[in-house]
Design a protein around this ligand. Sequence first.
Ligand code: SF4
Length: 368
Amino acid sequence: MTTRELDLTTLSPTRLWIPKHVLITRAAADLPHTAEIVRRCELAGVDDIRFLSGNALTGLRGATERETYASAKNTLAVVVAPPSALKPQPIPPSADWRIDLAKGCPAHCQYCYLAGSLQGPPVTRAYANLDDVLDGIRTHAGRGSVTRGTLERGDEGTTFELSCYTDPLGIESVTGSLAAAISRVGAGEFGTDVQLRFTTKFDDVGELVTLDHGRRTRIRFSVNAAEVANRFEGGTARMPARLAALRAVAQAGYRVGLTIAPIMPIPGWREQYGALLDDVAAAVAGIDDLDLTAEIITHRFTPASKEVLLGWYPRTRLEMDEDLRSQKRSKFGGVKYVYPKQTMTEMRGWFTEELERRLPAARLLYWT
Ligand code: SF4
């Protein structure tokens, strides 16, 4: 189905983040992409758009931790990515390279992956020097060994992951960074053998389905059992809306994927995740040229992420009990807590089998 055949009226997002405050640093003020961000913010009705006299983001702290969190999650900062953020980094097992359009996310997931890696109040910082960010695609196309050149995934070309430090679709209506990246890669500006990929919990795909993406972007939707999503994923689009968006982008010719994460062995997990896989199968039924992948990630936490998450969500019912977990050490000596071996083996076996049975169109890329 072509974009023209899609019913765009059904693509209104169910969850749209509009910041209350937009702060633009001095270094970012005159960059062309900043003008686009300001245009989008004005269009969205943001009336507090401030050009700062310097490059420091100050005044982000409220009287209490709660106030600081709430205000930060309502703030979009437009900044220049520092040189350290511009160098693409390998990001196994997802992609050859990570490049960042932004850092921070306005949603409120109680297990947030960013908790251990963000410093200070969780403001979303959009990078205004978009040309510099995307230049990493130019310099690293044809390099990399995570997916490029591998038997299983070499057909993807050199892969660039956009969602390591943000949910790029969650902020797209006020940044436009994703549309710019997808269009430029789609037009072949960085060659024909590169692929963007990102994962999202949002459903704002009305603009994306109109782009000439050249099938060089894979849009993955982060999905979970209804109980996990409803309880822990505040500020995101509900699961049926994500699946409708998945169908829409697949119909528009995008390569698509599922990030089934973080999976948790909640009571009745087989039934709950089985229902999810059935819902996905229904959502992608009858789509021509469907290219669907799946990545499955179990829940884990680190001492640092637990501390931050308990600060943000003190009353969370998310299980983060070291005694119920196994310790896993990274090669740099860091500790993370994963489910015990027996639970992992059981879940892995079930997911591998049921994915193949209920959703044979999906290609499993990895389990972790
Ligand atoms: S959508 Fe992703 S990045 Fe955003 S709060 Fe949820 S887990 Fe964190």
